[in-house]
Design a protein around this ligand. Structure first.
Ligand SMILES: Nc1ncnc2c1ncn2[C@@H]1O[C@H](COP(=O)(O)OP(=O)(O)O)[C@@H](O)[C@H]1O
Ligand SMILES: O=C(CO)[C@@H](O)[C@H](O)COP(=O)(O)O
Length: 498
């Protein structure tokens, strides 16, 4: 029997899955690491924490593995997108990684639009300039840390750095490169035009490869420290949302995924890159060659709930926090929450907006506040759904993945607020399943992603919308939608005090 390992380098933790050639997950391990918010709007991680966590998770799996390790034939990756890792000429890390949910780069986004031009930017990259993307982060370092910028030899995205430590080779795959805002989507190459106009030397960009490309084998050192062999082949991998999409079977037209991880994502498969969403949603390369996907992103989805738990329910598990939450009526007895605790992306690209609780009543308990957070996160994802529906997409079912899909109450809320049938996977870790599938396709265990989806995607259950709740949530959503506009100016004033 052959096996593959899929590594999902998430924002809260790295998760490793061991999958056999029949598509069954046989073991898993994870390690969490801190997220550092040194200042409001900053969000960084130490790339060495990713490496240490990945090594420990693989060691744990290998320790429990009772067969010959040479049967673990391949490893691939799914990675949190957009994060900037800068390496010097010795391939040493120059500064902490600046992550996807770091919104310090509003000025740099304006500069990009000014120099490249909005129309040209959309034509080349299919996306708007948003704080979370990598290019504005490169420009921020250029402006504020010139010494570091001058020492840069290569930039990588998070999973590319972990892969580099494991193989000694530098690469980036198209699905992740699409999120840098430096990729010419049409030509599938780094954009000379954007780089030239912004004074960036394209030599810092790593070679581009497809997700299932073999990019090397494990270094002796990494193999030795984890118990694997140097014969294990390494495949490039992809952006976590693209991996989550194939891991949940979203590899064909009309298929939709919702993910509540640290971020929240509503993602829809696209057969081509020819549609025009005017930059309202992100438009990226899929890990499936010549396919694409569009998605809306809530910056703090699961993060809003983990924030709530850390601040107001310290020491409680999620299950303890949720006890009794299903006894509270939809709408949390008139309490609404907007999850803009680090700013927002879709539909409001706004780094200054912050979250609100609206309608606090003396009768509300901690449970009402927790439920309102969960509902607010799903309302925010509905904002993205409305963009898709307005564009003509008929969305009636979705596969739900990410840490949030562990909670049946949250899954039912998604069915009721979106008014769709929500499917739950046997294992909610779509991105690492996707990473396993990439390794399996790379290693020729499956001929293509279609075959991999057939073998690996296992649906465990479904949640149907409850018509009564749908009606209540429709009314509440109309109120929720007004909160952004009504709190925007207030947050601009409060920004001075942050
Ligand atoms: N048991 C649970 N029930 C519901 N939600 C959970 C549970 N455990 C974690 N979560 C949510 O999942 C989020 C983490 O999801 P995950 O997909 O692991 O994130 P990431 O890939 O960003 O590391 C947490 O922030 C939390 O909101
Ligand atoms: O910025 C985005 C997508 O554009 C995020 O979705 C990141 O890719 C992080 O994902 P999670 O850690 O929440 O899975």
């Amino acid at each position: 029997m052959k096996y593959v390992i899929g590594i999902d380098l998430g924002t809260s933790a790295v998760k490793a899955l061991l999958m056999n050639e029949q598509g069954t997950i046989v073991d898993e391990a994870s390690r969490s690491y801190p997220l550092v918010h040194e200042k409001p709007s900053y969000s960084e991680q130490n790339p060495n924490d990713w490496v240490t966590g990945t090594k420990a998770a693989i060691q744990e799996i290998v320790k429990r593995f009772t067969e010959d390790v040479s049967t673990i034939v391949g490893i691939s990756y799914s990675g949190q997108m957009h994060g900037l890792v800068l390496l010097d000429e010795n391939n040493d890390v120059l500064r902490p990684a600046i992550l996807w949910n770091d919104t310090r780069t509003t000025e740099q986004c304006k500069q990009i639009v000014e120099h490249v031009g909005q129309e040209e930017l959309l034509r080349i990259t299919k996306n708007n300039a948003l704080e979370g993307f990598t290019l504005p982060k490169i420009l921020w370092v250029k402006e504020y840390e010139p010494e570091i910028f001058n020492a840069v030899k290569t930039f990588l995205l998070p999973k590319d750095y972990v892969r580099f430590v494991m193989t000694g080779n530098l690469h980036m795959d198209y699905s992740d490169a699409a999120g840098t805002l430096l990729l010419d989507i049409e030509k599938s190459e780094w954009s000379q035009e954007i780089a030239a106009v912004l004074g960036i030397d394209l030599a810092i960009c790593p070679p581009l490869v497809s997700s299932a490309t073999e990019v090397g084998q494990l270094t002796e050192e990494f193999a030795k420290s984890t118990g694997l062999t140097t014969a294990t082949k390494i495949y490039a991998g992809g952006a976590d949302n693209a991996c989550g999409a194939i891991g949940s079977g979203v590899a064909g037209d009309g298929k939709t995924m919702v993910s509540i991880g640290t971020s929240g994502v509503l993602l829809s498969y696209e057969e081509s890159n020819s549609k025009d969403f005017e930059g309202k949603v992100h438009y990226f390369n899929h890990v499936v060659e010549d396919a694409y996907y569009t998605m809306g992103v809530t910056l703090s989805a699961g993060h809003s709930l983990s924030w709530f738990k850390e601040r107001f329910a310290e020491g409680q598990s999620y299950n303890e926090l949720f006890t009794g939450i299903d006894t509270i009526a939809p709408g949390s007895n008139g309490l609404l929450f907007t999850p803009y605790i680090v700013g927002e992306r879709t539909p409001y690209a706004d780094s200054t907006i912050r979250g609100s609780y609206i309608g606090i009543d003396a009768a509300h308990t901690k449970l009402h506040f927790a439920r309102a957070v969960m509902e607010g996160i799903v309302f925010s994802l509905r904002d993205s759904l409305e963009i898709f529906r307005t564009s003509g997409k008929d969305i009636t079912k979705m596969v739900s993945i990410g840490g949030g899909a562990k909670s049946p109450v949250w899954l039912q809320m998604q069915a009721d607020i979106f008014n769709v049938t929500v499917y739950k996977l046997k294992n909610e870790q779509g991105p690492s399943i996707g990473a396993c599938m990439i390794a399996a396709v790379g290693a020729d265990i499956y001929t293509d992603f279609e075959e991999a989806v057939q073998a690996c995607v296992q649906i465990e259950g479904k949640f149907e919308p409850n018509p009564e709740n749908v009606e209540i949530y429709n009314q509440l959503y109309a109120i929720y939608q007004q909160i952004y506009t009504q709190t925007k100016a207030l947050n601009e004033q409060l920004n001075l005090f942050r």
